[in-house]
Design a protein around this ligand. Structure first.
Ligand SMILES: Nc1ncnc2c1ncn2[C@@H]1O[C@H](COP(=O)(O)OP(=O)(O)OP(=O)(O)O)[C@@H](O)[C@H]1O
Ligand SMILES: [Mg+2]
Length: 329
């Protein structure tokens, strides 16, 4: 069997009051971009921190390139880079100095440092700002710098916790391009978490969705979307009986919101809509609007976690921290 970049085998992490990770198993191939998704508190960061040797598992095991992370932490750390969710760059130093600190922490010999730092700043397109103080950087530049810090040691496996958190669409797309380039040019294995389903869809080869410590589903984005089954028709009506009348016609809404939107999962949405509208009209229900869409990763997330993804507290807090960081200058 081909050696895997990452193996998680029956991982359990029990805290006094909560089972943060509850018997989770999966593996990630070399050069794969793998997304770990899930609502707040699902166990994503706990899984990543176990892989990074930062916390010991209660039971089960995790391996990086066949090396057990609980037994041989030094070897594992040499192979891994980590870009945490929270701000990790120092605003009162230059970009170069920030990466230099990382190089020293990794124990890189002084002779190699300068060239490696310049290489990595060049890769992240920061060369022209290398001697500027980081507190003058935009959010996107700062995130790129943090990725540079994690890459200076040329890790085989890179862990990215919310790579584009709090960034505008343009800065986000630049980061996406760089993550893909990293995989394509160096075959780096990347494991990331994100609250952004669009980001997961664009970047990830495979996705695992965690919920309450369990792995709820695992697969390629296309496969997961197809497995939601069929098309989604959203009907908007002010008629309070709409849900009831839909039921009489043989359809049940998966959501009916206060603003009068009713979502139905159906097959052959295109051919069904005219019949549905005629049926509702015959029952005296006026439909304001109707739309048809193919399932997205948002719908996959809803199916497996029972909720649409929201900007939870962690997300809002991190974004605030990032914004006040760049304003400080
Ligand atoms: N050191 C700890 N001590 C006790 N409980 C913890 C500890 N770390 C995490 N937990 C709990 O374990 C559960 C999983 O937390 P974890 O941080 O792994 O979730 P997450 O999926 O990363 O969530 P988020 O999207 O908010 O980052 C939560 O209920 C959390 O409160
Ligand atoms: Mg987390």
């Amino acid at each position: 069997m081909e050696e895997k970049a990452i193996v998680v085998q029956n991982l359990v992490k029990q805290y006094p009051k909560v089972r943060a990770v509850d018997d989770v198993s999966f593996s990630v191939d070399k050069g794969e971009i793998f997304g770990l998704l899930g609502p707040n508190g699902a166990g994503k960061t706990t899984t990543i921190r176990t892989l990074l040797t930062l916390i010991p598992p209660t039971s089960g095991e995790t391996l990086i390139y066949n090396v057990n992370t609980a037994k041989n932490s030094e070897e594992v750390r040499r192979m891994c880079g980590y870009v945490p969710q929270d701000v990790s760059a120092d605003g009162d130093l230059t970009a170069y100095e920030n990466v230099l600190i990382s190089a020293k922490l990794y124990g890189m010999p002084p002779k190699e440092r300068k060239q490696r730092i310049q290489e990595v700043l060049n890769f992240l397109e920061l060369t022209d700002r290398e001697h500027d103080m980081v507190n003058t950087f935009s959010g996107g530049m700062m995130r790129r710098l943090e990725i540079a810090q994690a890459l200076v040691n040329r890790p085989k496996v890179l862990f990215l916790d919310e790579p584009s958190i709090g960034l505008d669409p343009n800065a986000r797309r630049i980061i996406w391009g760089l993550i893909k380039k990293l995989r394509d040019e160096f075959n780096t294995t990347i494991m990331m978490t994100t609250h952004d389903m669009g980001e997961a869809d664009v970047l990830c080869d495979r996705i695992g969705i965690m919920n309450r410590g369990k792995l709820a589903t695992l697969g390629k984005p296309e496969g997961l979307k197809a497995a939601v089954g069929g098309d989604i028709i959203t009907i908007n009506s002010n008629n309070p009986n709409c849900s009831l009348k839909l039921k009489e016609l043989g359809y049940s809404a998966i959501t009916d919101s206060a603003d009068g939107n009713f979502d139905l999962i159906v097959n052959n949405g295109e051919t069904l809509i005219p019949h549905l509208l005629e049926g509702l009209k015959a029952k005296g229900v006026v439909v304001e609007s109707v739309s048809l869409k193919k399932p997205t990763l948002d719908d996959v997330f809803l199916k497996y976690t029972g909720a649409r993804i929201e900007e939870g507290d962690t997300f809002a807090e991190t974004r605030r921290a990032r914004q006040s960081f760049t304003r400080r200058s």
